[in-house]
Design a binder for this molecule. Structure first.
Ligand SMILES: Cc1cc2nc3c(=O)[nH]c(=O)nc-3n(C[C@H](O)[C@H](O)[C@H](O)COP(=O)(O)O)c2cc1C
Length: 202
């Protein structure tokens, strides 16, 4: 084979390889240093957490309470109301041993009682979030995040908190459990892209 043909073919092969490598590359804010901590009862916030992980990488950790909340909707509503009134912080089963090694932490929770659920308050109170970049996200039944992001700022005064993402999820009271699926999941995924681009993570 003539020498210049070999050079041209090698160059073409290199260009094709580079293109494949780039199209497979996961856009990441540094997988080994990013954590996604979330709380979810009916999996809407879980789906959003997984979409975020798919887009930016990182470790996914679900918050589990030591004593589970009641299955019954009205019972959990009453218990959460009481816990909020008393400022009770429920003990958690979930422990993150090497939290200090993460510098970017996504914090995801559903709106409960128009605020942050007590187990997430426990997590943010028990762990040192200072000097970390915190990125909040939320699902709700259509009434918004309530005081949730404000409470996050109060609980993490020494953190750099980026603009949060809040989206409509389920409506357990009306029997709508996991709503972020199928076409709705695709819609939420697009909204996540817009948000992540806006805050500079995509
Ligand atoms: C105890 C409890 C209280 C809730 N309170 C509210 C509320 O005040 N406002 C609201 O919009 N949604 C409220 N919701 C609905 C959830 O925020 C919504 O269904 C969310 O998408 C659930 O997320 P998950 O599927 O990750 O658990 C409440 C749900 C529960 C279980």
């Amino acid at each position: 084979m003539n020498k210049s043909l070999v050079v041209i073919l090698s160059f073409l092969l290199f260009a094709v390889e580079m293109n494949c490598a780039n199209s497979q590359k996961k856009i990441s804010v540094g997988s080994e240093k990013t954590l996604i901590v979330y709380l979810s009862r009916t999996n809407n916030t879980k789906v959003v957490a997984e979409l975020i992980q798919h887009k930016v990488g990182g470790e996914l950790i679900v918050l589990i309470k030591e004593n589970p909340y009641p299955e019954d909707y009205q019972k959990i509503v009453d218990q959460v109301d009481r816990e909020n009134e008393e400022g009770y912080l429920p003990p958690l089963k979930t422990e993150i041993e090497d939290l200090e090694s993460y510098d970017t932490i996504f914090i995801g929770f559903p709106t409960w009682d128009m605020q942050m659920p007590p187990p997430m308050k426990s997590f943010l109170t028990q762990n040192d979030m200072s000097r970390k970049t915190i990125i909040p996200f939320n699902t709700n039944a259509g009434f918004g995040v309530g005081r949730g992001f404000e409470q996050l700022r109060e609980l993490c005064p020494e953190s750099d908190i980026l603009e949060g993402f809040s989206v409509e999820g389920g409506y357990e009271k009306r029997g709508v459990f996991l709503a972020i699926k199928g076409e709705r999941e695709e819609e939420v995924s697009d909204q996540l892209d817009t948000w992540l681009q806006k805050i500079g993570l995509l």
